[in-house]
Design a protein around this ligand. Structure first.
Ligand code: C2E
Ligand code: CA
Ligand code: CA
Length: 565
């Protein structure tokens, strides 16, 4: 319980008529190693002071109390030379009372409702220190790992900076390590700790060149208050470079959110906004820095709206599953082989909401499962329905999010859907994005191996956007490679991109899996891919994702071809 920072148990007298406040203060103080004595009103307070005159280190004094109020206690104490040596911190909710109490000799005040515990403890210990003229407590202010300030102290000192220097233009900056949990899991705690220390060192170096201070909050969240600047790209790049120099093998990626301090916006809110900005770039491969401004604010409101509306969207069937065909291009004419299920949200007021907006949002907020489960259910039902009505079993792939994969219910849910609709596991394929494989490593691989044993086919989505090494790739469980769209976009004009596509096709041959090229839009792209030996193509060239009624026309075409063959 006690961290050993108080050499001798200091005795605190709490004079306070409200039981709840007594209890709160008592808990905080006792937890930190103080001995606490209580008095229920001013009268009892003065008696307790008399009685414990020699032991008392400090008095916490409420101002509004029955029988004898705090002001009178202050007057009594300061007119008595024996009592006067004991510092008094007043507990108050009113600004006006503060001043009068300080004039009467109170050393400091704590505002009600009570501040953060660390702040209260800091004030109490600082006052005892001042009174005893020596250092009492060293440990709490600093985070032991990085020696930056810990939470409460960071906030208190940051408040003071702003309070004493209202003319300084300052920014709140939040710095976070992308998926720190997996960095830890994959490389060990020791490596994680080293990463945090290295980053803290660089933050300190940065702060030497500008005004400011920094603290570490949760494991990998760093808060910085520093002098305003227009552009943070360089600052982020500097921190990022440090991360790379620590270890080139492990990709430790940082993200940063910034919010300039403004008059009338309290510090807590400014840091909340910096955090919001920081969270908006979470999981993004392109953007790692965001400055909070009006557009971020608007987006935040929009996202909040989407989060609030999720439940009714499910209940009112605002989600619709669209299907985009995948064609075999090595035969002439190309033949429909399968499809991908892609969700659409027809919002009654916002219109069509793009999955590019809400999928990452729901992933971040742990709600994606609701959506994915909806899509799987609809898709399984649709495959079964086409089979019984049109006599064709067209395999459709669904997307799995990273968090779906770690859901212990996943296998059971998928199997139940398959059974309920009289399908076989090969009829509903599973797309898993490459970055999930590389970030979550072993655990993900074992889930995927189990799914494959059950008969499911797994497609690695967005291949080429993550960081699989060749070496790693050969041991990953997968049945199909889906090449990331960005490789296709420029193959007509960029020789290098075309070489990359050829290389990917070579890799796939080596792994003995077919390749789907996504995002094919032009005839030229199609021709080049066909030449290079690509098996399957999905893209606007053939069709955009279609609602089920329209997709049926493609199925009928395929049936037509089959009947002629
Ligand atoms: P994705 O899985 O890589 O899906 C392919 C995206 O590319 C789809 O965007 C599709 O409409 C688009 N696309 C297809 N052909 C072309 C083309 O020729 N040109 C261009 N420019 N784009 C093409 P969409 O439907 O907006 O989905 C975006 C992303 O949202 C998907 O990327 C996927 O990551 C996610 N997503 C969509 N539906 C679901 C779902 O049900 N569950 C989960 N977890 N994610 C989903
Ligand atoms: Ca996909
Ligand atoms: Ca994809």
């Amino acid at each position: 319980m006690q961290s050993g920072k108080i050499q001798r148990r200091r005795v605190v007298l709490v004079v306070e008529d409200q039981e709840i406040n007594q209890a709160v203060l008592g808990d905080i103080l006792e937890e930190d190693g103080y001995e606490v004595i209580y008095a229920d009103n001013g009268q009892e307070g003065v008696e307790a002071i008399e009685k414990h005159l020699e032991e008392l280190s400090i008095i916490l004094l409420d101002l509004m109390m029955p029988v004898m109020d705090g002001f009178e206690v202050l007057e009594r104490v300061f007119s008595d030379p024996r009592m006067k040596r004991i510092p008094i911190i007043v507990l108050t909710a009113e600004k006006s009372a503060e001043l009068r109490a300080l004039q009467l000799g109170a050393a400091d005040f704590i505002t009600k409702p009570f501040d953060m515990h660390e702040v209260i403890l800091a004030r109490v210990s600082r006052m005892i220190e001042l009174n005893e003229g020596r250092q009492l407590i060293q440990a709490t202010e600093r985070d032991p790992l990085t020696h930056l300030y810990s939470r409460g102290f960071f906030h208190e000192y940051a408040e003071q900076v702003l309070h004493f220097h209202p003319e300084w233009r300052m920014d709140a900056v939040m710095l976070d390590i992308e998926r720190f949990q997996s960095v830890n899991d994959l490389n060990g705690r020791e490596f994680g700790d080293r990463t945090l220390r290295q980053l803290a060192d660089e933050i300190r170096a940065f702060l030497k060149e500008t005004r400011g201070l920094a603290g570490r909050m949760e494991a990998d969240q760093f808060y910085i208050l520093c002098q305003h600047r227009e552009d943070y790209n360089e600052v982020l790049a500097r921190f990022q470079t440090q991360m790379h120099s620590l270890c080139t093998r492990v990709n430790v990626s940082l993200r940063m959110g910034v919010c300039p301090c403004r008059e009338g916006v309290d510090l807590g809110s400014v840091f909340d906004r910096a955090k919001t900005a920081c969270n908006m770039v979470r999981g993004s491969y392109k953007t790692h820095l965001m400055v909070y401004d009006e557009s971020v604010h608007q987006r935040e409101l929009y996202y909040q709206r989407l989060l609030n509306d999720l439940r009714s969207a499910v209940e009112e069937h605002q989600f619709v599953v669209f299907y985009q065909p995948k064609y075999d291009i090595q035969v002439e004419p190309p033949r429909l082989r399968s499809a991908e299920a892609l969700i659409r949200w027809r919002h009654p007021e916002l219109g069509m909401v793009s999955p590019g907006d809400f999928i990452p949002l729901f992933e971040r907020n742990g709600l994606i499962h609701v959506v994915d489960n909806y899509v799987w259910t609809q898709t399984a039902r649709q495959i079964g329905e086409w089979r019984s009505r049109l006599g064709i079993t067209l395999p459709v792939s669904v997307n799995l999010s990273r968090t779906d994969i770690f859901d212990p219910e996943l296998e059971g849910e998928l199997l139940r859907l398959i059974q309920d609709n009289g399908l076989s596991p090969t009829d509903m394929k599973l797309e898993v994005t490459e970055s999930a494989y590389t970030d979550d490593g072993e655990q993900l691989i074992s889930v995927i191996e189990r799914l494959r044993k059950l008969g499911f086919k797994v497609e690695m989505d967005d291949f080429g956007s993550g960081y699989s090494s060749l070496n790693m790739l050969s041991s990953l469980p997968l049945d199909v490679l889906k090449m990331d769209m960005k490789f296709i976009q420029n193959i007509e004009v960029n020789e290098k991109d075309f070489r990359l596509v050829e290389l990917i096709l070579d890799i796939a041959r080596y792994l003995n899996v077919p390749v789907v090229a996504e995002g094919v839009e032009t005839e030229n792209q199609l021709r080049l891919l066909k030449q290079a030996g690509c098996d399957l193509v999905q893209g606007y060239y053939f069709s955009r994702p279609l609602p089920p009624e329209e997709f049926e026309a493609l199925i009928r075409q395929e049936l037509e071809l089959r009947s002629r063959a």
